[in-house]
Design a protein around this ligand. Structure first.
Ligand SMILES: [Zn+2]
Ligand SMILES: [Zn+2]
Length: 179
């Protein structure tokens, strides 16, 4: 669904959509850690796109997103689920139209983006919000034991006998200095 700035000038655009896995490319512009991020269930997005009154083509998209994302756990590499169920509010300014000033952008509004051309694509808004809202550390559970760096065993499944607390000689030297 595309929100054309010219249409929004006439009236706000309500939306209530269900987006199936695969329709949004979460790899687009992804950082390293997002490369195995995927959508695990249909994503629901409902809300409104509107032109901000008195602005030069500034578009505000607000609403609610529910989704279930999946990514490999940072520690054990097993699939981990990340449910999303939250309100969102994102602003988009046209790249041109005199908004190029860095000073103007720095208003403390973290969720301010830019659009090129005639408007904003809903799928792009959804992708941006999902990436913003996912936790920095993606683990399958708080207590995930991760993979043993010595033998590669997934320590959630089985304990291994490896000694991973390798004593560091420099650290020992520092400790003796302090005495
Ligand atoms: Zn894990
Ligand atoms: Zn081990």
């Amino acid at each position: 669904m595309f929100f054309h700035v010219r249409d929004l000038a006439v009236r706000a655009n309500q939306f209530d959509v269900e987006i199936g896995p695969g329709a949004i490319d979460f790899q687009q512009g992804a950082k390293d850690k997002d490369t195995n991020l995927r959508q695990a269930s249909p994503l629901k997005a409902a809300g409104k796109a509107a032109l901000v009154m008195g602005s030069l083509g500034e578009i505000k998209v607000t609403g609610h997103i529910t989704a279930e994302m999946e990514a490999d756990c940072d520690r054990c590499l097993e699939p981990a689920r990340f449910p999303i169920d939250s309100d969102f509010s994102l602003f988009y300014r046209p790249v041109e139209e005199g908004y190029g000033d860095e000073k103007e952008i720095d208003t403390g509004e973290a969720e301010m983006g830019f659009y090129e051309g005639d408007g904003v694509e809903l799928n792009d808004v959804v992708r941006e919000f999902v990436l913003l809202t996912l936790p920095m550390q993606r683990v399958c559970s708080e207590g995930c034991q991760g993979i043993c760096p010595v033998c590669g065993q997934n320590r959630n499944q089985k304990e291994c006998e490896c000694q991973t607390e390798v004593s560091d000689d420099r650290w020992a030297a520092l400790k003796s200095l302090k005495k």
